[in-house]
Structure formats: C-alpha cells, structure tokens
Design a protein around this ligand. Structure first.
Ligand code: GLN
Length: 308
C-alpha cells in the first residue's frame, strides 16, 4: 500500500477547512497554534503566534478572523502533518511570504515565488511619491525590473486612467507579475514584457513616469544581509556590481531618452546611495529638481528627478 509522503500530504485535497474530519488524536486549532507558536518562538522567529496562524490559515484556506473565532475546530492528522511541514520550513529560515505564496503591498495581496523579490513596505514610498507628484489625468509609465509587479500594478490600480508597461529580465518573474495583474484586474491598462533592458532600450520620449526598484546591494555587503534574504530571495533582484550602483546607472541611462520632457524618474536605492544617485542624475545633464526622500525609518530610500 502506498505510503503517504510529506509531499503527498501538502497536495492532498483533504487538508482544507472545508472538509473537517475527526481523527483519533484530535487536536484543536487553538492547541495547535499554542504548540506551533512555542516551537517557532524557541527557534527565534519573530511574531511566532501570528506566523503560526498565517501558516494555518494558508493551509486550511481560511481567513484570520475565522482562525481567531473557531478555536475549537478540530484539525485532522493530515492537516497537522501538512502545517507542520510549513512550520519546519519556517524554522529553517524560509520567508513566510514564500511559504504562503503572497505578500501584502499597499493594502493588496501580491503573489510571490522564489523568482520574485518579496515586496517591502519601504517600496511603498515610490508608489506614494508617484501618486503625490503627478496629476491623475491620463499618462503612461514604465516599471523597470518589475518583480512581482507590486509597484506598477499598484500605480495602475490607484490611477485608473494611467497605462503602464512592466519590464523584467526573468521570464518566470514577469509571468508572476502578469498573473498578479490579471488577478488584481489591471491587465486592461498594463502590458508585461520580458526584456533585457541592456539590449532593448525603452521607446524614446514615450513615458511620463519611469519607476524602478533595481537591484542595488553591493557584493561586499553580502555578510550584512539577513540569512532569510540571502538564502531564499533571488540574487538577481538583490545584487548589483560597481558597489551596488550598476543597475541604477542602467535605469538612469534608459530613462533619460525614454521620458517625455517634464517626465518623472523615480528610483529606489540603498540607504547610503542617495548622494551617489543624485550625482549620477545631475551629471546626466538631463534631469532637474533632483531630490531624495526618506523612508519610515528615516533612511534615504528614493530619489526623484524631472526631465528638463
Ligand atoms: N519592483 C519589484 C519590487 O519592488 C522588484 C524589485 C527587484 O526585483 N529588485 O519588489
């Protein structure tokens, strides 16, 4: 008789909350949460109870409210085994967003995979700045290095007369952005394109806004990066040569001819790269009104520039 493997349990259809079954050694949802949170806490995981709850919600396909209210719900042994696999992966350092397959950004859920960077709250500053500085009237934008599509899709959803093109080098990554655009109902105003921007320049004078959160971590900063990031997130989305500045240079060079006169370039960068990015923009002789904004932690995070 076939032996149930860990893998077959995770993909088993009977692990959702819609088909509860009492089993011999029934454990309630509440009991499970206490036990899992204890293991996560002992492993040094932040917010262990929330983490356990989110993993359980994901596995049972229920929302947090139901998970909070139905504490007496009995879990089947298959459900316990399946969620334990997720808890174990979390304990080994895997980011929660990859385990549950999504991450919230600007109050919407974005699907993520190991081919996409996990959207960061700091990046919301780019979106908020674009929405604040540009009129709501129709315009065209490009998101260069779109990853999950969190920036471009959010902008398109917040400004319903804007049209955008999302670019990413990795075909699997742009497929995730495309799926997010589809699920969030933004495809009528967005195009997702797989392209190596070093080989395929943007169309000249076509955009009112170019926005990018490119890879900007220097190789020499590797040792300062949290294991959870270093071991699981795509290095292609994190690291850039020339002390972290190479991709920022490429985006500036791409945006200069691609923006319309009066168009806006918005770049995310590292906390210690503000001065370098301002100098880069200034030396291009194409941009004015160059200024850097700080993130919620008070760190220089995003620089904007207007094309003359
Ligand atoms: N634009 C995406 C994000 O902000 C991906 C960025 C990247 O891969 N460097 O999350």
């Amino acid at each position: 008789m076939a032996h149930h493997t860990a893998l077959s349990l995770t993909s088993s259809p009977d692990v959702t909350a819609t088909t509860p079954r009492i089993c011999q050694s029934a454990v309630s949802l509440q009991q499970y949460l206490v036990e899992a949170a204890t293991r996560l806490r002992q492993a040094g995981i932040d917010s262990p109870r929330l983490c356990a709850q989110l993993l359980l919600c994901h596995l049972l396909k229920i929302d947090r409210l139901r998970c909070t209210l139905e504490t007496e719900m009995e879990l089947t042994s298959a459900q316990v085994k399946a969620v334990n696999l997720l808890v174990n992966r979390k304990i080994k350092g895997e980011p929660l967003a990859y385990l549950i397959g999504h991450k919230e950004f600007f109050s919407r859920n974005f699907s993520v995979t190991p081919d996409t960077l996990i959207p960061r709250p700091d990046t919301e500053l780019l979106v908020a700045t674009a929405l604040e500085l540009l009129p709501a009237s129709p315009l065209t934008f490009a998101d260069v290095g779109a990853g999950s599509g969190c920036i471009g899709i959010t902008i398109a959803l917040e400004r319903t007369s804007w049209h955008g093109v999302l670019f990413d080098l990795n075909p699997r990554t742009i497929a995730v952005a495309q799926a997010n655009a589809h699920r969030l109902k933004a495809t009528s105003r967005l195009t997702c394109v797989q392209a190596d921007m070093r080989l395929a320049p943007l169309q000249a004078c076509a955009y009112d806004l170019v926005v990018s959160n490119p890879p900007y971590i220097a190789e020499c900063e590797r040792s300062q990066i949290m294991d959870e990031v270093l071991h699981f997130e795509p290095h292609m989305a994190l690291f850039s040569s020339e002390n972290g500045i190479a991709c920022l240079k490429i985006v500036v060079a791409l945006a200069a001819p691609a923006l319309k006169t009066g168009g806006l370039l918005l770049l995310e960068h590292g906390a210690n790269q503000g001065a370098k990015v301002r100098r880069l923009l200034d030396e291009s002789f194409v941009f004015g009104g160059i200024c850097t904004r700080k993130d919620l932690a008070g760190l220089e995070r995003c620089t904007l520039a207007w094309k003359h």
